[in-house]
Ligand binder design. Structure first.
Ligand code: GLY
Length: 373
């Protein structure tokens, strides 16, 4: 229903925000006086939690968070480092394209104190999708803009129009396209192309064979932050599933799937197979399980158990969604940060790490895997 069609008197998002603004001292006071954890309680040390590739950005932003930087400013600056890096093929400039060779980006931000969010889906020609998502939150009455609308909106706000497909990403995409079928007119990739050259993906080195294998990749970066004032914010940004069907949007810009934060409880985000995060409302569920009293690790693993069960159910009509042993044929990583600063990183499989910045330093911490292998 368009807002013009709303029954007379029904509040829209803008009028609700204005009303909240008018009550300036009201909402926080009301929540603080309600039973449950107080919000905006100041902390001695801030905390940041995110995917492994967030480490570089955390190294520069954590000191700023210590000086009192706002949590959303810090999280956005962390992910912008990878968005702007042409060598990292998972996010932003240099990200993997869709099956037609177009790089389309998904991103979202969420701000705990105002419980507001903004997102873009299938955004093109714009390096900093996360900044456009933030503009949607701060400069519109909407939660999400997609495709040409999002791209035009970014242009209106002065975002330079850039060809995001770098020569390296084009090389990998063409190799994938040439490998797809023995029945079309394209010849298989040249052997010399598969000569051990390495490509950077989510902060790790990958071979061409790995990048174009049947195990589809979904590079993404997530960062949640908790400021000195005890305020939460988070963001997630991605170029999405490599070689996706044009128009496919994953979990990263979907509030509750690829990210979620609630100022009363905590923040969460995910990387990996977006469809599984959407189908399980993964980030929302993480935060709700924290609310119920679970530890971050317990909450994350509980969501992954549900994701596993959902994949097993889906295998009745999509057998390839599970492996021969019945476990999911994909990976999903979740990052959780409680209002008390406790955190966890969990994954369906694997031994990789997540990034943490707190009083113990800025570092990688091993993910806890639900399934042995
Ligand atoms: N998690 C990123 C995606 O599936 O697009």
């Amino acid at each position: 229903m368009s807002q013009a069609n709303l029954p007379k008197g029904q509040p829209n998002r803008r009028s609700l925000l204005l009303a909240a603004g008018a009550l300036a001292s009201g909402p926080a006071a009301a929540l603080n006086s309600a039973k449950g954890p107080a919000i905006h309680e100041s902390r001695k040390r801030p905390v940041m939690v995110g995917s492994a590739n967030a480490l570089r950005g955390m190294k520069t932003q954590y000191p700023r968070l210590l000086e009192g930087l706002e949590p959303l400013d810090a999280a956005v600056e962390v992910v912008k480092v990878v968005e702007a890096d042409p060598n990292d093929m998972s996010v932003g400039l240099g990200g993997m394209p869709d099956e037609e060779g177009r790089v389309t980006l998904d991103a979202a931000v969420m701000h705990g104190p105002t419980h507001n969010s903004g997102a873009v889906g299938a955004l093109e020609n714009t390096v900093h999708a996360v900044e456009v998502a933030r503009l949607v939150m701060e400069r519109t009455d909407h939660c999400m803009l997609v495709a040409q609308g999002a791209t035009r909106f970014a242009k209106q706000y002065g975002h330079p129009q850039v060809d995001l497909l770098t020569p390296k990403a084009r090389e990998v995409w063409l190799a994938w396209k040439e490998s797809m079928s023995g029945k079309d007119d394209r010849l298989a990739p040249k052997k010399s192309q598969k000569s051990g050259k390495l490509y950077e993906y989510m902060g790790e080195k990958w071979t061409l064979e790995q990048l174009i294998s049947d195990q589809r990749i979904t590079g993404t970066i997530h960062c949640s932050s908790l400021s000195l004032k005890g305020e939460l914010a988070c963001c997630t940004t991605t170029s999405g599933l490599s070689f996706k069907i044009p128009g496919r949007v994953g979990d990263s810009p979907i509030i509750g799937a690829g990210l979620y934060c609630d100022q009363e409880v905590g923040s969460a985000g995910g990387t990996g197979r977006g469809e599984s995060a959407i189908l399980s409302c993964a980030s929302f569920l993480c935060v709700e399980l924290l609310r119920s009293g679970m530890s971050p690790e317990e909450a994350g693993l509980t969501v992954l158990r549900r994701v596993t069960a959902q994949a097993q159910r889906a295998s009745a009509w999509q057998p390839e969604i599970v492996r021969a042993d019945g476990l999911p044929a994909f990976n999903l990583q979740l990052y959780l940060l409680g209002l008390d600063g406790k955190h966890a990183g969990v994954s369906l499989f694997g031994t990789s790490a997540y990034s943490v910045a707190d009083e113990e330093g800025v570092r990688h911490v091993p993910l806890v895997a639900l399934h042995a292998k």
